[in-house]
Design a protein around this ligand. Structure first.
Ligand code: G
Ligand code: G
Ligand code: MN
Ligand code: NA
Length: 250
């Protein structure tokens, strides 16, 4: 496949870039973290979204190449990010389901922590709910090993899968990220507010931090504040931005 070959060459040819989206703490209004999001500028087809090329990469071992590239790039950029955003800013990196199954993941994370000297607790790895449910016992083992390295773990797109908080509770996770489909309906649909309220209450009951994704307007932000959500992310807060253009909002 041509596109797959192109993707193999992309990292080498500097067509892959990482942009960063701020995550703001609702109590302090400060940027507490940035989420790394991969971008591919294809020489012929232009910008290709990760929702297209990540699934392609997952069909082969290519995903581990990309995953490694993202981990190295972001952990190397983190001191520059902190100079702009603030010295305590954490870094969030997405892991794909297939990376989670790969025995080379834990050593790769350990390696970037060692070579960059990054404090492990400042790195948060995001895993989708569905990735965990593919093979729950492998996932649990990998998460435990990552946790032992001292990194933090977040469940991404929470609410779109079929896991329950009862299942998640047994995993060593720190954070839930509420899927943006729930946030989109806030302020328009009473049910959405009740769903988000109960996710936040249950998460807090088991000591998880809650991040709302996809916050696009002030009304959603107000509702989330009222529901005592911990952190927010979305176009209303800040767009994914090249590292050299990030600014402090705190
Ligand atoms: O940024 P954007 O909305 O285009 O991202 C689309 C999807 O691609 C999201 O689900 C996001 O989590 C995923 N994604 C973005 N960057 C990465 C990455 O570095 N690794 C993985 N596995 N997924 C990513
Ligand atoms: O699956 P994950 O949560 O990692 O996906 C993050 C994706 O969501 C990114 O591709 C980013 O571009 C996108 N995103 C971030 N904020 C918003 C928002 O406010 N609205 C919408 N529609 N997408 C968003
Ligand atoms: Mn994410
Ligand atoms: Na998400």
């Amino acid at each position: 496949l041509q596109l797959e070959q192109d993707l193999r060459d992309a990292a080498r040819n500097e067509q892959l870039a990482v942009v960063y989206q701020p995550i703001v703490d609702l109590r302090t209004s400060r940027v507490v973290s940035v989420e790394a999001l991969l971008r591919w500028a294809h020489p012929v087809h232009g910008a290709i979204s990760p929702s297209e090329f990540i699934p392609l990469a997952e069909e082969s071992d290519l995903i581990n190449l990309l995953g490694g590239h993202v981990l190295r790039t972001t952990t190397e950029q983190v001191s520059g990010l902190r100079a702009r955003v603030g010295p305590d800013c954490n870094l969030a990196v997405n892991l794909s389901p297939r990376q989670l199954d790969d025995p080379r993941l834990v050593p790769a994370v350990q390696d970037v922590l060692r070579t960059t000297g990054l404090s492990p607790s400042t790195l948060c790895l995001e895993i989708t709910e569905n990735a965990l449910m593919r093979d729950p016992s492998i996932a649990a083992e990998t998460l435990s090993a990552l946790r032992e390295l001292g990194v933090r773990l977040a469940i991404d797109d929470f609410g779109t899968g079929y896991s329950s908080l009862a299942q998640l509770r047994r995993l060593p996770i720190d954070q839930l990220k509420i899927d943006r489909s729930f946030v989109a309906a806030l302020g328009e649909c009473r049910d959405a507010e009740e769903i988000v309220r109960s996710i936040i209450m249950m998460a807090h009951a088991v000591n998880l931090t809650v991040v709302a994704e996809g916050v696009e307007n002030a009304r959603q932000l107000d509702v989330l504040r009222h529901l005592e959500c911990d952190q927010v992310q979305g176009f209303h807060i800040g767009r994914p931005t090249a590292p050299e253009n990030l600014v402090t909002t705190g």
